[in-house]
Design a protein. Structure first.
Length: 393
């Protein structure tokens, strides 16, 4: 077979008719789709992102897009990447390249016109395929066969590919969790184990980015168990002490939320874990909230309203998944409106209470009365209770 002959032709996937993508493809006739969009189109899965590669140099890509009336952004010129902007959406276009030098984290690249040479620097065979817009698929390393067999296999020597970028150790498990039907081959297992010390070179942000994707797969338990067996999990997430708890969570039908699964996997000291992994503020708050107490299964509606008065329903529902609570609790929490206590300090001031600590004490006392009653007293009833307490001073 000629080096650049397609190995399969498929009906062009529907996303190729995307009105935002079509002008970009028209402007870059030498470009092909690469990476995940090709893999998922062949697997019959929904395509999330569309990336393109081309033998044209970055400046030629920019000129071609400009000639077609499209804007571009130099998002990664050092690595040959230009973002084509069409209909307010971005499509990454990367010039074919080869690695000149790697250090386990970064690569120095040079442009090439050879599609196979570009494919050879990619991580896994299922990610090394390319496709023209007419559905012609180019597969230099057996990616189609691996995809159909449920194998995740490195392009070339696994140890060499991992040494180029140690993040590939974690990326392997992300794709293994999503696409694999069986265990890795012995050479891959050995390379993954050998690459564990290299994980120390990675930033916390990069580690969390991959862990989050692993945890978001439909069932990450098998991949995480294999990570633990090889020492990868201990290196990347030493706080992970409860794979069995995660297994129970996944088996219960809980949503595939990575933070919920992280809370199950690493239940101790969420604040310290959030700090070490450099979680965003929103992620940190969610993880810490999930560590709170779950609503007892025997709670009546008044108990649930009290819990909802202090904590949003989604946090309480998340805690219930972690606690293994029965589904009925989640249904009831979701069905109940969140009670709102409306009395504020200004209500006490309007009744003649002078500014000072007494204002807060009164508001807190009325809220405690409202909570004790099951959070059903109306705003008018709460104001009346406040007035009664002010009158009794």
């Amino acid at each position: 077979m000629a080096p650049d002959e397609p190995v399969r032709r498929i009906e062009p996937p529907g996303f190729l008719h995307d009105p935002a993508l079509v002008p970009v493809l028209d402007a870059l006739p030498h470009a092909r789709l690469v990476g995940g969009s090709v893999r998922d189109a062949l697997a019959g899965r929904e395509v999330a992102d569309v990336d393109l590669a081309t033998p044209d140099a970055p400046e030629e890509v920019v000129a071609a897009l400009r000639a077609a009336g499209l804007k571009s952004a130099p998002t990664g010129l050092k690595h040959g990447t230009v973002t084509a902007i069409s209909a307010h959406r971005g499509f990454e276009v990367t010039t074919l390249r080869r690695d000149e030098e790697t250090d386990g984290r970064h690569a120095t690249v040079a442009w090439t016109g050879d599609w196979r040479e570009d494919a050879a620097r990619r991580d896994f065979t299922i990610n090394a395929m390319s496709m023209r817009r007419d559905g012609a698929v180019f597969d230099y390393f057996g990616g189609i066969a691996d995809l159909e067999a449920g194998r995740v296999r490195f392009v070339g020597d696994p140890a060499a590919r991992i040494a180029e970028d140690y993040l590939r150790v974690l990326r392997f498990f992300r794709f293994h969790a999503r696409y694999a039907n069986g265990p890795p081959d012995p050479a891959t297992l050995a390379a993954l184990r050998h690459g564990v010390p290299g994980l120390a070179q990675l930033s916390a942000e990069r580690v969390w980015s991959e862990l989050k994707r692993i945890l978001a797969t439909p069932d990450p338990v098998g991949a995480l168990a294999l990570m633990a067996e090889l020492g990868v999990l201990q290196a990347a997430l030493p706080e992970a002490t409860d794979v069995d708890r995660l297994r129970r969570l996944v088996g219960s039908g809980a949503p595939p939320d990575p933070l919920l699964r992280l809370a199950a996997l690493a239940p101790s000291d969420p604040a310290a874990l959030a700090e070490r992994l450099r979680l965003s503020t929103a992620e940190r708050e969610t993880l810490e909230a999930l560590a709170g107490p779950a609503v007892p299964p025997a709670s009546d509606d008044a108990d649930l309203r009290r819990a909802l008065a202090d904590t949003p329903a989604d946090e309480l529902i998340g805690r219930s998944w972690l606690a293994g609570s029965p589904p009925e609790i989640r249904s009831r929490l979701a069905a109940l409106p969140r009670p709102r206590f409306t009395i504020q300090g200004r209500d006490a001031l309007a009744l003649g209470v002078p500014p000072g600590p007494l204002v807060g004490e009164l508001v807190r006392a009325v809220r405690a009365w409202w909570m004790e009653g099951g959070c059903v007293a109306s705003p008018a009833e709460c104001r009346a209770e406040l007035a009664r307490r002010v009158a009794a001073l």
